[in-house]
Write a protein of this length. Structure first.
Length: 192
């Protein structure tokens, strides 16, 4: 990880802003307890979590993966099943730093193979990365279309909204009916 961080010229300065922060990870299914700390412009993985971490996280692997891959990690962390204690700001800053890494693969390739070959390999890597991003977007869109349109496993958002509106209307009607029943009972209990 530190080698990858050195390939991004901006990451060292951003990592220095997190110097001294440490994180405890208590993973379940399978159980694994780890620590991660920032020391200068380097990350340090520890086989035992720190005693007083900036942030401690506890949850299943699948829950951590959901937070790590979410488009809005803060919302996923708040609304998910990962238990968090401590300050989440350093954790979100580290996640953002790692997700925004722009690795300069060409420099180490140029050192190994020369400038021309490194440029060609770098172009191939960038094209492959772009293809993977586009494929991922298309796959998500197609999966959403399949679940909504083909398999009918999920309701269309318009149908779901209409359903929720109907529930709200039914709730309001039942409250009005309850109020009418209370008024009728009060009328019936009054001496005439």
């Amino acid at each position: 990880m530190n080698r990858a961080l050195r390939l991004d010229p901006r990451s060292a300065a951003r990592l220095l802003e997190l110097d001294g922060e440490c994180f405890a990870l208590h993973l379940q299914e399978p159980d694994l307890n780890l620590g991660l700390s920032v020391a200068g412009d380097r990350l340090r993985l520890m086989l035992t979590p720190p005693e007083n971490p900036s942030t401690a996280l506890r949850g299943r692997w699948s829950e951590f993966a959901a937070v790590a891959t979410a488009s809005d990690p803060a919302a996923a962390l708040i609304n998910g099943d990962v238990q968090v204690s401590g300050d989440t700001a350093p954790l979100l800053a580290l996640r953002k730093l790692l997700s925004e890494l722009e690795l300069d693969w060409e420099q180490p390739l140029a050192d190994a193979f020369g400038d021309v070959a490194a440029h060609q390999i770098g172009r191939g890597l960038r094209a492959g990365q772009k293809w993977l991003q586009n494929t991922g977007r298309n796959l998500r869109r197609q999966l959403g279309d399949f679940l909504l349109e083909e398999s009918r496993l999920l309701p269309h958002p318009i149908q779901a909204e209409a359903f929720y509106r109907d529930i709200d209307e039914l709730n309001a009607r039942s409250e009005r009916l309850e109020a009418r029943i209370r008024r009728l009972r009060q009328k019936c209990q009054r001496p005439q």
